[in-house]
Design a protein around this ligand. Structure first.
Ligand code: ATP
Length: 198
């Protein structure tokens, strides 16, 4: 294992832009493996997340056919808030020789300095940022913090404003979400009556 990617998120639900990020990262970063890490307790999201078992099941439906990808449930198994730094430290312990690459969207990259032990996060992993179209049009391009520019790199991919928030709203108002999440995840959402209210 030489190049290990880490992609965390609520995945509530996972959507096709998450998939594009994963495929882009696998290819552009030449990863030997990519761990998809659904959040346990999201300290930075205000609303309660959908039950972890559902989010993990949807992640399997969304990503299992991709090569070199694993759904990693360690943050769900861990008690207390999910901190990326803990996940990276664990992976560093498991794979001492591997270079770690943390894949995040631009919104999360901008919020990174508010993360728990964020300097450790940047020390442990190269931060790979995916641009994200902002429907409010207020977004500016991502700027790496001073002095740390060499720890960041930009993934090349088309910008999209797809968000799980919008998908939950569409599902709750009975609109089709198949084009945004794909058939298997859309079917799962209907079967388990997820996102009936938002
Ligand atoms: P929500 O709308 O509930 O906040 P989300 O769509 O941002 O959810 P998350 O599961 O929170 O999805 O995101 C996981 C990771 O994927 C984050 O790093 C996020 O920035 C990134 N991401 C999600 N959607 C996009 C997108 N359209 N473009 C680029 N990055 C994205």
């Amino acid at each position: 294992m030489r190049r290990l990617g880490v992609f965390g998120g609520a995945f509530d639900p996972p959507h096709l832009m998450h998939r594009v990020l994963v495929e882009t990262a696998l290819e552009q970063l030449q990863l030997d493996r990519l761990q998809i890490v659904p959040t346990g307790q999201a300290w930075h999201k205000r609303r309660p997340l959908t039950d972890a078992a559902h989010r993990v099941a949807m992640a399997h439906l969304a990503f299992d056919d991709l090569p070199r990808v694993q759904i990693d449930t360690r943050e769900i198994a861990r008690s207390g808030p999910s901190y990326t730094v803990d996940t990276l430290r664990e992976l560093r312990g498991e794979w001492p020789q591997a270079a770690l690459f943390l894949i995040i969207g631009q919104d999360q990259a901008q919020a990174l300095p508010s993360w728990h032990a964020w300097e450790q996060v940047v020390a442990l992993a190269t931060i790979c940022v995916a641009g994200r179209a902002d429907p409010t049009a207020a977004a500016t391009g991502f700027q790496a913090p001073d002095g740390l520019r060499q720890r960041f790199l930009q993934l090349r991919l088309p910008l999209s404003d797809t968000s799980a928030t919008d998908i939950r709203h569409r599902a709750s108002s009975g609109q089709s979400i198949v084009p945004l999440v794909g058939e298997p995840v859309a079917r799962y959402i209907v079967l388990h009556r997820l996102y009936q209210t938002t």
